[in-house]
Design a protein around this ligand. Structure first.
Ligand SMILES: Cc1cc2nc3c(=O)[nH]c(=O)nc-3n(C[C@H](O)[C@H](O)[C@H](O)COP(=O)(O)O)c2cc1C
Length: 349
């Protein structure tokens, strides 16, 4: 399967092109209107948005989203992103380690600890591959790159959109149960752009998962990415806009008691603030940071990360929130589409 590096290179080029976003569906985060406080009794520089996760202190609740590994280009990207995460003291997620699981010679394309010794680091693997590899194999993959946790990605829509992708998703929950027993809090789960429903969140929690990234709809459409590749499954055409908007998924996951990173289409620190107001612990940013890396290297990524954290602090100031707990309780008005989603979702769905 030497075509994994080629597929990854194509995916990076497509995702970085800016043309692979959802075109009609949005995250619905723009339907979370936080109420302005004209009399905030606080100073901007006393606002603390730091969080501690798995013993690592982050200056702001931000993850550089999972993107790449497995090729020389991926190695350069990972090193730039990880160095930026280290400098700005935010978390960093590696892309799928599937290529490394097949060929340990590719491990160095995922090794970022030298550039980012203290960063909160997450590895990454698809659930289908994780089920085949087993709990010990998955934990070895995590430990081989010095990661604190490993994200297992759920991506059935993306697989079905690939001409030769996975078609059999049975046994996922059983595999997760076994993985959770071995990995505990180090097992994280994410979607990749179609979001997690309340029912999915509940099943994940039942299997022992405690931390998720919503990977919701409204940002990068992975069905669109796959449809643009030569070996796409044409039947996936109508599913370009498929998925649960990120704002909805945050409410579903946080409501089930999961530590929730809002991911999928977050544009800036105000979107992050809106997600936190809905119950998220933090947020992840993927394609946007890849653009920044390609345009201006690690420095470009640092500038974007700084701006996101600064906008988050501004959102706290302008809602009169002293800390992230205050933001979670801040008054807000929800727009009609988000309200409709939340009211229409069955309690179990
Ligand atoms: C170039 C690229 C590669 C990605 N590769 C992976 C991956 O290997 N594993 C994974 O879990 N998610 C992967 N993703 C999905 C992101 O982590 C994220 O869930 C998704 O892109 C939505 O976030 P965004 O709208 O901020 O891009 C990738 C995204 C991009 C842009």
């Amino acid at each position: 399967m030497d075509d994994i590096p080629r597929r990854k290179a194509q995916q990076i080029a497509l995702a970085a092109s800016g043309r692979m976003r959802f075109s009609r569906k949005t995250t619905l985060l723009d339907e979370v209107e936080l109420i302005h406080d004209a009399l905030p009794e606080l100073a901007l520089n006393e606002i603390d948005v730091s969080v501690e996760i798995l013993g690592r202190r982050l200056s702001a609740p931000i993850l550089v989203g999972a993107m790449t590994g497995g090729t020389p280009e991926a190695r350069r990207i990972n090193l730039d992103l990880a160095a930026a995460a280290q400098a700005e003291r935010v978390g960093f997620c590696l892309g799928s380690q599937r290529a490394m699981a097949r060929d340990p010679g590719l491990t160095e394309t995922y090794e970022v600890r030298e550039a980012a010794p203290d960063v909160l680091l997450a590895g990454n693997l698809g659930l289908v591959q994780a089920a085949r590899l087993g709990p010990e194999g998955v934990d070895r993959l995590r430990a081989a790159v010095g990661a604190d946790a490993i994200f297992l990605h759920l991506n059935p829509a993306m697989e079905l959109a690939q001409g030769d992708g996975d078609r059999d998703f049975r046994g996922g929950l059983d595999a997760l149960r076994a993985l959770a027993r071995r990995l505990g809090d180090r097992l994280w789960v994410k979607e990749t752009g179609c979001g997690l429903s309340r029912a999915a969140a509940r099943r994940l929690r039942g299997a022992g998962v405690r931390t998720v990234d919503t990977g919701g709809a409204g940002g990068t459409s992975w069905v669109a990415v796959e449809l643009a590749r030569p070996d796409a499954n044409g039947a996936a055409g109508p599913f370009r806009e498929w998925g649960i908007p990120t704002a909805v998924s945050v409410v579903c996951c946080a409501g089930e008691g999961l530590t929730t990173f809002a991911g999928g289409g977050l544009r800036d620190g105000l979107d992050l603030a809106r997600a936190i107001a809905l119950g998220a612990t933090g947020g992840s940013f993927a394609a946007q940071l890849l653009h920044a890396q390609r345009a201006a290297g690690s420095g470009g990524v640092r500038a974007v990360l700084r701006e996101i954290a600064d906008s988050l602090r501004m959102a706290l100031a302008l809602t009169g929130s002293h800390d992230l707990a205050g933001l979670r309780a801040a008054p807000r008005v929800l727009g009609p589409n988000l309200t409709r989603w939340l009211q229409s979702l069955p309690a179990g769905g």
